[in-house]
Design a protein around this ligand. Structure first.
Ligand code: FAD
Length: 470
C-alpha cells in the first residue's frame, strides 16, 4: 500500500454505472482505474442494450411509417424495401462510435483503462487477466463493483442465439423471422417484438403473469396493450412455456395455462427469451472476501453504496433497485461523492421508466394502484393527445397524460404518459416530483404552442381544475 501505482478508486466494469463513476472520480481529483473485460466500454447498455435497441426501433419505425403513414401525408413512392444488413450496419456504427467516444472521455479525464477480467485478491487488490493474455494486479483504496447484469434463461430452455435468442441475439438477426415468439412481456420483449413486428414478423408474446409490464399504471397499460394489438402484436397472458422442441426447422413450443390445464402448441422461427436479467458476479470472488448478496444474487449495500466489506462498494444492475442505465449512472456519481467525502443522493422512487415502443410509455412516481394502497386521498387529471393540436397536426395522436396528485395539498404523486415522445416529455414531471411541485405549479407554467408538452400542462389543469381544450 502507498505505492505510486495505487489508485484512490478502482472500478470493475465499464458500463453506464462503472464508466460514469470512473469519470466522476477523476473529476473529483481521485486517481482512478477502470477495468472492463468486454474490450469496449459502455457495458450492456451501449453494446447490447439501450443503444442498439433504440437504433433498430428508429429504423424499423421509419420503415413502418413509410409503408403505413407516408401516403396519408401525401408522400408517395413506388416501392420501399428493407435492406437488413444496412439497417444492422447503421446500428453497429452508432454503437462503435459511442463506445469509442467513452474511451476518449476516460482518456480526457485521465482515467487509467485496463482491458481484462477482474477478480478480487483482497479488499484492495484486483487481479486482471488482460485481453492481450497477461495478468496484472490493480491496487486501490476503494473498489467499486459495477459488473452489471446478464440475460436470464428459463428452466428447460437453452439460448443458442440462433433459433432461441436472448435480447442480444434479437439485436442481430440476419433474417426477418416469419413467426417470432417472445417469452416475457417486459419492456425489452415489447421493444424487440415491435422492431421485428414492424419489419414483417408475426409476433406472439407469451407471458406468465396476467398483465404486460407489471410496473405500469393499469389504466395506461390497458390502452398500451390495445395499441400494441392494433399493431398486430398478439398476447398469450397467464400462460407458461412448458416445452421447447428445436429438432425441426423452426421451434415448437408447448404452452400451458399458468394455473395448469390443457396444453397447446405454438410454432415459431425464432423465440426471444426476455424473462428478466440477473446480476453478474461470476468469477469475481465475492465469497472469498465475504461480500454479502441477497436471495437473487444482488450485492447488498448501505446508503453509501458500501458492501459488507469496508472499502468495497457496488452500484448499478448488480445491486437492488431499478435495472436501468440512468439509475446505474446516478448510483455511480453518488457512490464516488461519498468516497470523496461529500454527500451523494439517489431517490429510487423518482427514477423514470420508459418503454420505447410507438407510442412510447413513460412514467415517474406512483401508479394509481400504488396511491390507493398508500391510503391517501388523491385526484386524477387526464388529457388525451386526441385533443392536443400538435399531435393532431402530425396525425400521431394516440395516448394520454395522466397525473395523480394528493387531494389535500395538490402535491404530484405520479405522472404517466403515453405519446410518441413520452420518454422526452416525462422529464418535466420528473423535475416537478423532485422539487415537490403541485399540479397547479405545472398548470401555471407557460408551455410553448403547439407542442405535445401542452398535454402535460392541460392534464395538470385537469387535476385540480378544468383543462381548456377538453
Ligand atoms: P452493465 O451495463 O451490465 O455493465 C457491466 C460491465 O461490467 C459489462 O460491460 C461487463 O463486461 C463488465 N464486467 C462484468 N464483470 C467483470 C469483471 N469481473 N471484470 C471486468 N469487467 C466486468 N436501460 C435503460 O435505462 N434504458 C433502455 O432503453 C434500456 N434498454 C435495454 C435494452 C436491452 C435489450 C437490455 C438488455 C437492457 C436495456 N437497459 C436499458 C438496461 C441497461 O442496459 C442496464 O440497466 C445498464 O446497462 C446497467 O448498467 P451497469 O453499469 O450496472 O451494468
Amino acid at each position: 500500500s502507498g505505492s505510486a501505482d495505487e489508485n484512490d478508486v478502482v472500478v470493475i466494469g465499464g458500463g453506464p454505472g462503472g464508466y460514469v463513476a470512473a469519470i466522476k472520480a477523476a473529476q473529483l481529483g481521485l486517481k482512478t482505474t477502470c477495468i472492463e473485460k468486454r474490450g469496449t466500454l459502455g457495458g450492456t447498455c451501449l453494446n447490447v442494450g439501450c443503444i442498439p435497441s433504440k437504433a433498430l426501433l428508429h429504423s424499423s419505425h421509419m420503415f413502418h411509417e413509410a409503408t403505413h403513414s407516408f401516403a396519408s401525408h401525401g408522400v408517395k413512392f413506388s416501392q420501399v424495401e428493407i435492406d437488413l444488413p444496412a439497417m444492422m450496419a447503421q446500428k453497429d456504427k452508432a454503437v462503435s462510435g459511442l463506445t469509442k467516444g467513452i474511451e476518449g472521455l476516460l482518456k480526457k479525464n485521465k482515467v487509467n483503462y485496463v482491458k481484462g477480467y477482474g477478480k478480487f485478491v483482497s479488499p484492495s487488490e484486483v487481479s486482471v487477466d488482460t485481453i492481450e493474455g497477461g495478468n496484472t494486479v490493480v491496487k486501490g483504496k476503494n473498489i467499486i463493483i459495477a459488473t452489471g447484469s446478464d440475460v436470464k434463461s428459463l428452466p428447460g430452455i437453452t439460448i443458442d442465439e440462433k433459433k432461441i435468442v436472448s435480447s442480444t441475439g434479437a439485436l442481430s438477426l440476419t433474417e426477418i423471422p416469419k413467426k417470432l415468439v417472445v417469452i416475457g412481456a417486459g419492456y425489452i420483449g415489447l421493444e424487440m417484438g415491435s422492431v421485428w413486428g414492424r419489419l414483417g414478423s408475426e409476433v406472439t408474446v407469451v407471458e406468465f403473469a396476467s398483465d404486460i409490464v407489471p410496473t405500469m399504471d393499469s389504466e395506461v397499460r390497458k390502452q398500451f396493450q390495445r395499441m400494441l394489438e392494433k399493431q398486430k402484436m398478439k398476447f398469450k397472458l397467464k400462460t407458461k412455456v412448458v416445452g421447447v422442441d428445436t429438432s425441426g426447422d423452426g421451434v415448437k413450443l408447448t404452452l400451458e395455462p399458468a394455473a395448469g390445464g390443457e396444453q397447446s402448441t405454438l410454432e415459431a422461427d425464432v423465440v426471444l427469451v426476455s424473462a428478466g436479467r440477473t446480476p453478474f458476479t461470476a468469477g469475481l470472488g465475492l465469497e472469498k472476501l465475504g461480500i454479502e448478496t441477497d436471495k437473487v444474487g444482488r450485492i447488498t449495500v448501505d446508503k453509501r453504496f458500501m458492501t459488507s466489506v469496508p472499502g468495497v462498494f457496488a452500484i448499478g444492475d448488480v445491486i437492488p433497485g431499478p435495472m436501468l442505465a440512468h439509475k446505474a449512472e446516478e448510483d455511480g456519481v453518488a457512490c464516488v461523492e461519498f468516497i470523496a467525502g461529500k454527500e451523494g443522493h439517489v431517490d429510487y422512487d423518482l427514477v423514470p421508466g420508459v418503454v420505447y415502443t410507438h407510442p412510447e410509455v413513460a412514467s415517474v412516481g406512483k401508479t394509481e394502484e400504488q396511491v390507493k394502497t398508500m391510503g391517501v386521498e388523491y385526484r386524477v387529471g387526464k388529457f388525451p393527445f386526441m385533443a392536443n393540436s400538435r399531435a393532431k397536426a402530425i396525425d400521431d395522436a394516440e395516448g394520454l397524460v395522466k397525473i395523480l396528485a394528493e387531494k389535500e395539498t395538490d402535491k404530484i404523486l405520479g405522472v404517466h404518459i403515453m405519446a410518441p415522445n413520452a420518454g422526452e416529455l416525462i422529464h418535466e414531471a420528473v423535475l416537478a416530483l423532485q422539487y415537490g411541485a403541485s399540479s397547479e405549479d405545472i398548470a401555471r407554467t407557460c408551455h410553448a404552442h403547439p407542442t405535445m408538452s401542452e398535454a402535460v400542462k392541460e392534464a395538470a389543469m385537469a387535476t385540480y381544475d378544468k383543462p381548456i381544450h377538453m
